[in-house]
Design a protein around this ligand. Structure first.
Ligand code: HEC
Ligand code: HEC
Length: 481
């Protein structure tokens, strides 16, 4: 059956009652075959990126650093506090909690700020899974961007100037920033009136046992790190200050994160010829995802394109404006607004635009949206179909996390509604069964490994190798680390 005949997938679904299930499935397979060819999908999202192996010595040391609270000013926050493999490479929160957490060892929904303070970070912690596969931009607003071979612009320089210290790849360029953030890891007192470079240098110096500004680490701990760095860099004679630098720390953190590759999905198997790898409902969902609106689909792949499911561009897609909002440099957030990409480029047309996320493993990376406004997959999918309608009827009661700022929500929503999003954003009425099919399709983009503690264990340090300062947390299974 040629594609043009499939005007409405639901029409086919009705038809399927009349024809044998086998031939319905074949019809879907044929239509999807054309789509896969037209979109040149291979199921493999790896292009030219630098990858790494979790068994390498650098990734192993990077893992220890990633889980160590020694990278935070007050020894209370690790990268893993907000990006834990058992929490989908994120934290399971709409908005993360960094420094000043009530119980620094607690991860996930129980993680709260001290004294019931509201979350003060504007954006949802994205997954670190498949982080190596981004080719152009890091962060929801793309403030770290590739501007040439091994050249990156970062917030340390005016956009789009090159940051000569950014390192070898996007992930390393990114890893230099959380440690400089007063709210994420550093803490206000250490950030005060000090350049980002001075901040990261003092964190590195403390790890090397030589910090003039931060409280010292016990000798046993600094000795542990020195030995580990010497082994990893095969430099038994080198001094701590030579080896333990902000550059080597970010390199190692990147090596660890770039090994988090989870791309063996049922969808990929399907593309590679296993027609039984995904269900009939998922196939209907795939058609809805890829087909244009004129054919009854939702054209999701206009933005979530290719095998990585992102064109790495920015759109204002009217995600409900909850949370503290984000101010530009020196500014104050207006009515909890977050201007997104505009804060980077300063261009008015970039107002409220955010990067198209990858949808690989999206099933486990919720809450969804740049501020975690949606706490269910059907919710965000409905939003993607009918953004205006969903924005106006947004119900903050769905937030599972306490104390998220939603004051003046109506004013915030009105401001956003006036923002004239690009012409892509057209509401379309959706059928509940379409939402269900799309969700079923999205779940075929999950690598089963990300749901298995055993499979993820290479990316989680075991107790024996923990230094005294490593994260103590409870994962989804309730296991304590
Ligand atoms: C307090 C929680 C928190 C901590 C701690 C934290 N992050 Fe993040 N991370 C975030 C948030 C929030 C963002 C998104 C910020 C934005 O886009 O504006 C982010 C973004 C990222 C990204 C970019 C993801 C993408 O898809 O573009 C990477 C990679 C990352 N963090 C790695 C790290 C590393 C490495 C550390 C430790 C050095 C770390 N994070 C510590 C919350 C945290
Ligand atoms: C115009 C481009 C565009 C189209 C078309 C589009 N999306 Fe999106 N999608 C985005 C952007 C941009 C975001 C992030 C928005 C934000 O965080 O503010 C997003 C976010 C998402 C998320 C949340 C992912 C996460 O990690 O938070 C899901 C799921 C999603 N889209 C699914 C879909 C589906 C399903 C369709 C089709 C019904 C679709 N999208 C159509 C641009 C698009």
């Amino acid at each position: 059956m040629p594609l043009t005949m499939i005007n409405k997938v639901s029409a086919i679904a009705t038809l399927s009652l009349l024809i044998t299930p086998m031939s319905f499935s074949q019809t879907l397979d044929e239509a999807l075959h054309d789509i896969i060819q037209n979109n040149t999908l291979t199921g493999n999202p790896i292009k030219q990126q630098q990858l790494s192996d979790i068994d390498s010595t650098k990734a192993q040391l990077g893992m220890k650093l990633f889980y160590s609270r020694a990278l935070s000013g007050n020894l209370d926050t690790a990268c893993a506090s907000c990006h834990h493999p058992m929490l989908g490479g994120g934290d399971n929160l709409s908005l993360p909690v960094g420094v000043k957490s009530e119980k620094p060892s607690v991860l996930g929904l129980g993680r709260q700020r001290k004294e019931g303070l509201p979350p003060d970070i504007a954006r949802n912690a994205p997954t670190t899974f498949n982080i190596a596969l981004w080719q152009k931009v890091m962060f929801h607003d793309g403030r770290i961007e590739s501007i040439g071979p091994s050249q990156f612009t970062t917030p340390d320089f005016h956009y789009p100037q090159r940051d000569p210290k950014a390192g070898e790849n996007l992930v390393q360029a990114q890893a230099r920033f959380p440690v400089t953030s007063d709210r994420e890891m550093l803490g206000e007192s250490f950030a005060f009136r000090r350049s980002t470079q001075a901040r990261r240098a003092s964190i590195a110096a403390r790890l090397a046992g030589k910090s003039p500004t931060l409280s010292a680490l016990p000798k046993t701990v600094t000795h542990y790190w020195l030995t580990a760095f010497r082994t990893t860099f095969s430099a038994p004679e080198a001094t701590a200050s030579q080896l333990i630098t902000e550059q080597s720390i970010s390199e190692l953190l990147a090596e660890y994160q770039r090994s988090q590759l989870f791309i063996d999905t049922p969808w990929r198997q399907y593309i590679n010829g296993n027609t039984l790898a995904i269900s009939e409902e998922a196939k209907v969902g795939a058609l809805l995802f890829y087909q244009g609106r004129e054919k009854g689909g939702y054209a999701c792949a206009n933005c979530h394109s290719g095998d990585f499911f992102s064109n790495e561009k920015f759109y204002n897609i009217l995600i409900p404006p909850i949370g503290p909002g984000k101010a530009g440099k020196n500014g104050v957030a207006v009515q909890g607004q977050d201007f997104g990409r505009r804060l980077v480029t300063r261009l008015p047309q970039d107002n409220y635009k955010f990067r198209v996320p990858s949808l690989l493993n999206t099933e486990v990376t919720g809450p969804w949206g740049h501020n975690g406004a949606y706490t269910s997959l059907p919710g965000i999918v409905k939003h993607m179909i009918a953004p205006k309608q969903m924005l106006q009827q947004y119900n903050p009661n769905q937030l599972k996390q306490k104390n998220i700022p939603v004051d003046n929500l109506k004013t915030r929503v009105d401001l956003l509604m006036k923002s004239n999003p690009n012409s892509f954003v057209k509401d379309k009425d959706y059928r509940t069964e379409d939402v269900e099919a799309l969700v079923t399709f999205l779940k075929t983009l999950t690598d089963p490994c990300v749901k298995s503690r055993a499979c993820l264990s290479p990316w989680i340090p075991n107790n024996e190798s923990l230094t005294p300062l490593q994260l103590q947390g409870t994962d989804l299974d309730g296991n304590k680390h």
